[in-house]
Design a protein around this ligand. Structure first.
Ligand code: GLP
Length: 244
């Protein structure tokens, strides 16, 4: 696991965007695993700027998103579909038929999980997976648990996640209790993983994920076993770690 120290959120975003940009230049038909949340927004903004300048071309890229709230339609403002189109897809040239997210409206969980896993398999896996990290160490919506999930599954969100994500909703009661998420095995199978974290409220999750025991109780800690995982964190997110 390589840890890169960034000065602040903007520096973290530019560094991560540089790595993603290099990936797309080196392999134009990359399968990019994408994430939602406040952490990647700056990355998407930077990539959009480079796309507008003509420095990066997404025309051969395929995307697979990590997760989607169960029960939210793509049109719902709080859905991750809507987040991704508003913050990224509407502004770059990724072909629409190569954009993939779990379908939050599918009530047949087994069917939706099988569909998403079959899709991931048919793409040959993910070349580069971008991840944020939850305050409790979750990645995607893989919440702390006694065991690791393998493929796509429908999760019960942890109370702390509902609390953390309520800022995007009218109230905590409006936050969906469940979500579809890519599994830990799928994330670990990505050829390269980039984790971004900014702010003091991520310091515990970053410290435990980078240096704590590898345990499903801190899902991000499994990344210590990945061959090519890069953590890009700002000073506040690294504040509980010495000498980085
Ligand atoms: C959400 C998402 C995660 C994300 C995390 C952190 O629950 N499912 O993919 O990494 O929260 O979000 P933020 O970047 O807003 O702190």
């Amino acid at each position: 696991m390589k840890i890169i120290r960034a000065k602040d959120y903007n520096d973290m975003s530019r560094k991560a965007a540089n790595i993603i940009s290099a990936q797309v230049i080196l392999k134009p038909n990359s399968v990019l695993g994408l994430a939602t949340g406040s952490s990647p927004i700056g990355i998407y903004q930077q990539l959009i700027k480079w796309y507008e300048k003509g420095d990066i071309d997404f025309s051969e890229v395929t995307t697979v998103n990590l997760d989607e709230y169960y029960g939210l339609s793509p049109e719902d403002e709080q859905s991750y579909h809507n987040f991704m189109y508003t913050n990224f897809f509407d502004h770059v040239n990724i072909p629409r038929d190569r954009i993939n997210l779990p379908n939050g409206m599918e009530t047949d969980e087994a069917k939706e999980c099988a569909r998403y896993d079959a899709l991931l398999n048919s793409l040959g896996g993910v070349d580069m997976q971008l991840l944020g990290i939850g305050r409790n160490g979750h990645i995607g919506f893989n919440e702390p648990s006694d065991c690791y999930s393998k493929g796509t599954h429908c999760v019960e969100l942890a109370e702390s996640t509902i609390e953390a994500n309520k800022r995007f909703f009218a109230s905590a009661d409006d936050v969906p209790r469940r979500a579809y998420s890519m599994g830990i095995h799928t994330i670990m199978a990505a050829k390269k993983v980039i984790v971004v974290a900014s702010g003091e409220d991520k310091a515990w999750a970053i410290k435990e994920s980078c240096f704590g025991p590898v345990t499903p109780h801190v899902p991000g800690s499994i990344l210590q076993l990945h061959n090519d995982a890069i953590v890009i964190a700002d000073e506040a997110a690294l504040s509980l770690i010495d000498n980085i």
